[in-house]
Design a protein around this ligand. Structure first.
Ligand code: LLP
Length: 444
């Protein structure tokens, strides 16, 4: 395994910025990555995810440097589930990232984007024998969620390295649904189960060990990352003593949040890295023999790289005002699923008159809201809106609900743009269905 930083000269030589997304208005028209949103919408249609390549690289470099300045053996595995667009993966592969994958298909996708198997981590939940064997045959590193998976590993298939996902008992997230540790979490194993798991792995002949956690997603509190690391390292120490093994790999997962509201303070990533690496030094010292420190950021890298462009279809002014746009919970589910706040901007013109509105999509559900009771410039049909911070868990959680083809994705860099994913059509929605012939006869 190599330790790599951002590739030198890989891209634009823009200074690394500490502030939020680069989208800005010029003459009333919103621009992202130097490209006009009006032009992008005209060119590719709406709804459209637009990703700023430069911003992904800045974010990656910022988090890389925060940790690499403090810990020599660092690996940053980008969490592919946040945004699995092949161009996004290729950007991060160029930057020197590894890929954290939630399943074998994601690992295959990462390989298509050029990631080498030993730069891929597989952190699957409730993996089956076939997938585990496939992963090991591909040569990717595996974090096991449950000791019973070890029963699937035999003979030739025994890997040199294995890591266990620990449930450290506490976690934090922007919403209860994304806290992935604690009593109600389906993920990982507690200390007792982990001791059994490592003993079992040792008995199989495995000699190289890692330890992993992913306790929650979207925290802006640097101190929390120090606390949770201390918790994991305490468990690691206990396991080392009881099982008689050493860890070559300590993986803290992702969870690094980004601000969503105006005035919300960004996560102090340097402070988080300092607190985390101080805990690592307290446990392992800082010699060359100290373990690799791994992190798996998703949202931090791609969250603010992307906007979702949508067209206003109609504005219903009654007891309340509803602005109906062509992107709904099928396109972007975070507001409906977590009540997540995403700032919305009028993207095609300036407008001084403001009104309180709810912004909704076209789906037949009353949870199909992008924003509830927010003050926005007065809009009319045909206007263009941009939903900010849509790069993480945006397209990757989109669906075809109400028979809606999934949207297109475009990539911008220094004013130039390309389509990276075509808009789906009805035939993509019909997909692989087969209707038995007896059902195709017309009734008399
Ligand atoms: N590593 C593992 C094993 C994970 O399960 C996750 C996310 C990550 C890393 C990356 O976490 P991040 O750095 O992005 O917080 N759909 C939710 C987020 C679910 C997170 C699931 N696991 C949302 O839209 O907020």
């Amino acid at each position: 395994m190599r330790t790599r930083g951002p590739r030198k000269g890989a891209t634009s030589k823009k200074p690394v910025k500490e502030t939020a997304s680069g989208a800005s208005k010029i003459g009333g028209v919103l621009r992202i990555g130097g490209a006009s949103c009006v032009e992008l919408a005209d060119c590719y249609g709406t709804p459209l995810y637009v990703t700023d390549e430069g911003r992904i690289r800045e974010n990656y470099r910022r988090i890389w440097h925060a940790f690499a300045n403090r810990w020599r053996n660092l690996r940053v595995y980008y969490a592919v589930k946040a945004n699995a667009n092949l161009s996004v993966l290729s950007i991060l592969r160029q930057e020197g990232a590894g890929a954290d994958c939630s399943g074998v298909e994601e690992a295959r996708l990462a390989m298509m984007a050029g990631f080498r198997p030993d730069d891929i981590l597989l952190t699957a939940s409730y993996i089956n024998a076939t997938d585990l064997k496939t992963a090991l045959a591909l040569g990717v590193r595996v974090n096991l969620d449950d000791a019973s998976a070890l029963d699937h590993i035999t003979g030739e298939g025994i890997p040199a390295f294995i890591s266990m996902r620990i449930n450290p008992g506490v976690g934090r997230g922007h919403h209860a649904g994304v806290v992935t540790a604690g009593r109600d979490s389906k993920f990982g194993m507690d200390e007792t189960a982990a001791v059994d798991a490592y003993e079992k792995a040792k008995a199989l002949g495995i000699r190289d060990f890692g330890i992993h956690m992913m306790a929650g997603s979207g925290s802006l509190d640097a101190d929390y990352f120090g606390e949770i690391t201390k918790k994991l390292l305490g468990i690691a120490d206990e396991i080392s003593t009881r099982v008689g093994i050493e860890f070559s790999f300590v993986d803290l997962g992702g969870g690094f949040g980004i601000p969503h509201r105006n005035g919300e303070r960004p996560l102090d990533i340097n402070r988080a890295a300092t607190l985390i690496t101080d805990e690592m030094k307290a446990s392992f010292g800082s010699s060359d023999r100290a373990p690799v420190l791994a992190i798996e950021p998703g949202r931090y890298i791609v969250g603010d790289s992307t906007i979702l462009l949508a067209r206003v279809r109609s504005v219903k002014r009654g007891v309340k005002t509803f602005v109906g746009i062509d992107a709904g919970m099928n396109t972007f589910v975070r507001p409906a699923l977590y009540g997540a706040y995403h700032e919305i901007l009028l993207a095609n013109r300036g407008e001084k008159d403001m009104e309180t509105v709810s912004v909704c999509g076209t789906i037949c559900e009353n949870t199909d809201l992008m924003a509830k009771d927010v003050l926005l410039p007065k809009m009319e049909p045909g206007d263009l809106v941009a939903i900010l911070n849509a790069g993480a868990y945006g397209f990757s959680m989109s669906s075809q609900y109400n028979t809606n083809p999934r949207p297109a994705e475009a990539l911008v860099l220094d004013g130039t743009h390309q389509l990276t994913r075509e808009r789906e059509t009805l035939s993509d929605v019909i997909g692989r269905q087969h209707v038995p012939p007896r059902l195709t006869r017309q009734a008399n």
